[in-house]
Design a protein around this ligand. Sequence first.
Ligand SMILES: [Zn+2]
Length: 472
Amino acid sequence: MRNTHPVLEAIDRHRKDLTALADRVWDTPELLYGEFASCATHTEMLRAKGFRVTENVTGIPTAVMGEAGDGGPVIAILGEYDALPGLSQVAGIAEPKPVVEGGNGHGCGHNLLGAASLLAACALKDWLAATGTPGRVRYYGCPAEEGGAAKAFMVRDGAFAGVDAAITWHPDGMTRVDDPESLANTRMDFLFTGRASHAAATPHLGRSALDAVELMSVGVNYLREHMVNGARIHYAYMDAGGSAPNVVQARARVRYSIRALELSDMLALVERVKDVARGAALMTGTAVDFQVISAVSNNLVNEVMDRAMQQVLEDLGGVPFDAADRAYAEAIRATLSPTDLEAPWRAVAQEPAAAPLCDWIVPLRPGGDKMIGSTDVSDVTWAVPTTEVLVACHAIGTPGHSWQLTAQGKSAAAHKGMTHAASAMALLAERLWTDTELLAAAQAEHARRLARTPYSSPLPADLAPPLVPRPV
Ligand SMILES: [Zn+2]
């Protein structure tokens, strides 16, 4: 199929520019809502390629949207470009070695994610112009996927109004349509306030906020047995009240992540966790305040979109890796544990094989041991029919958020994977424009599901995203 299709020819024309962009973003790893350089390089590329650009989308300085074409339907291609803390790593080697000790790194491959989505949008812009097809393509540069839930804020604030369907992807060890399940997730802080006192001389006058946090943990650990299937709760101490054991801690803050497979179950679980916190406050004579930090929904599947993406993948074939790609992937795999190496095979219900890289297409809905997380793409799935494809960019078994993943982020295999992802997304968009029944069926399915389960944003109406100041 390669090079014989106008959409794929257009991908080839823009490939070098966008591969270079992916490398630039890898070189400047920035954390949630601080992706100023990464967003700027996407914005410059959108302008250079002739898109109509909207910056500061829904008031988020590191969100950008570029549109091309005329009339409808409007197809959105979603990109991301945020990095992770502590995952700085030299590219192209197979041993842990940070570029900057303790620095940020692209340990989730979002440098590829944004660039491939923009590559797809560039190809589609050319194709719309060349064929005179009515329709618009939009590239959405979405920040803060890692813990910032930017897309949930963007959906709540109307960024996807007028969009008919959305397509996105994520770098992976295997090439496949993503599983439909994801966890609705609320991140919230519990701030306990007590009374400081000398812990030896006047302990009876103190009321310990740290005790309250510890009792809350105990209560939540008992709660776990009585949750709906698939729910998850985890926590981190944000402020243990200070470092002096001879002071009764007057304040303490703990952050919880509360997840469930359905939004309604998650919201009910949040209320039960709040009750546990209130109980801990009552037991310790402290006061407790709650503050939601971010929240995302579970995924609303669209079978029509997923089946259409699977067809595109099968027509396109696997990522064309070569012997050098496999040799580097083998070197990376030598650093991984047997459980790491086995996990991706279990996830697709296949016997583990020796292949270092996935150059085939996994069947749709393979079953297997799902590794279910949360993503802010989910809120977009409630706003418009959406599909997400996973494309092989790194050695099979590479854990997410690892130095090994950062190391592979500028490799030839990664560049091939991102080009393949762009091709798949662009081909699906082309089909949605040319096959009006396909788009209508996707939208009808979306409407049916929404009629059964109406959506309301999991974010409080007055909650603003935790933006960070632009560096001077
Ligand atoms: Zn990611």
